[in-house]
Design a binder for this molecule. Structure first.
Ligand code: DAH
Length: 339
């Protein structure tokens, strides 16, 4: 019997428990009603009375060893399952902060500003609520020009001289009336037009206007400046194309196309198989515009250009609907996150 007890004690001490299942096996084998320890107590009944004391102590030691081991392992399994599964893991970093991201319009605006900054253009801004002079008359718009029409322009009912600017060209006038050349600036900002909202047009959008006035500024300067911008923004292989156009404030005027960056000019659905995409209006500042702001048109010449930021962002990111920019749908905005 003594041998049996020793063997059992050894067995209990060397029993490996590495999981909750093994712990349960251990319990069943040694501590349950029909387990080994319980059997020892049954055997104990047959022990001679004079040996009862000695064996009683031995059997109790076995029971304590088994119960002690069981309790210790159970506790450590409970602790480890706590820290790795459902409770705090203090080694984990804290909840990630939901940082926002730049709106694609801000990103594109900044990229354009950066390119022109490198060419020596500084940034100026003007008011969104304007008057007729800065938006139209100062820019050589004839009295009956259709752009003044209620259909295009948001006027304030009480005072027809107060309106929301329909283009950032208005900032040209503000800058010219307060500064003498040389002027080399760009004017980013929000503009408003009384237009039906659709996939291609919105009543609020953004433009960047550029103005360069100095002695001997030529159309060649305009072309080179815009070519450099196009290559910087759309890629060094980009070609530009200037088509004659008309704007009241420039003469001559042109619209500029860039070679389609999607198909490389071969023709695709985005460029409607023309190989080119229209991106801006430009021209030489009309002498009437210079004179209206007290700039000597005999001495100075200049060029100007204006582009829509949404349009350029749509081309850059292949966005099919202008309305996405204004809905602030997180699923849309997240795609431009740089974090
Ligand atoms: N203001 C024009 C528009 O909103 C864009 C534009 C065209 C600006 C030609 C210019 C320019 O400065 O020279 O459509």
């Amino acid at each position: 019997m003594k041998e049996k007890i020793d063997r059992l004690l050894n067995e209990i001490n060397s029993f490996e428990i590495a999981s909750a299942e093994q712990l349960e096996d251990f319990r069943l084998k040694y501590l349950s009603k029909k387990g080994a320890v319980s059997n020892l107590f049954t055997d104990f009944k047959t022990v001679a009375p004079e040996q009862k004391k000695e064996f009683g102590q031995l059997i109790n030691r076995v029971k304590q060893a088994a119960q002690g081991k069981y309790n210790t392992v159970k506790e450590s399994i409970a602790i480890s399952s706590l820290s790795f599964n459902d409770a705090e893991d203090y080694t984990k970093t804290s909840e990630p902060l939901n940082t926002g991201s730049r709106h694609p319009i801000s990103t594109v605006r900044q990229e354009i500003v950066d390119i022109f900054s490198r060419l020596g253009f500084t940034v100026a801004e003007g008011p969104e609520i304007e008057d007729d002079w800065h938006v139209f008359s100062g820019l050589n718009f004839p009295e009956e020009h259709p752009a003044r029409d209620m259909q295009d322009t948001f006027f304030i009912e009480k005072d027809p001289d107060v309106l929301l600017r329909t283009h950032t060209s208005s900032v040209q006038v503000r800058v010219m009336e307060n500064n003498q050349p040389p002027i080399r600036q760009i004017f980013p900002g929000r503009v408003f037009r009384n237009e039906a909202i659709s996939a291609r047009s919105h009543c609020i959008f953004h433009q960047i206007e550029g103005l360069y006035i100095d002695t001997e500024v030529s159309f060649a300067d305009l072309k080179q400046t815009l070519l450099l911008f196009a290559k910087e923004f759309f890629g060094s292989d980009t070609k530009i194309r200037l088509r004659p156009s008309f704007f009241p404030f420039t003469e001559p005027s042109a619209e500029m196309d860039v070679s389609c960056s999607i198909c490389g000019g071969k023709g695709c659905a985005v460029c409607k198989y023309t190989g080119f995409l229209e991106i801006l209006g430009c021209g030489m500042v009309d002498p009437n515009v210079l004179e209206a702001s007290q700039i000597n048109s005999e001495k100075y010449t200049g060029f100007a250009f204006g582009m829509g930021i949404e349009r350029i962002a749509m081309l850059k990111y292949q966005i099919k609907d202008i309305r996405y920019f204004f809905e602030n749908d997180i699923r849309f905005l997240k795609q431009f996150s740089t974090f």
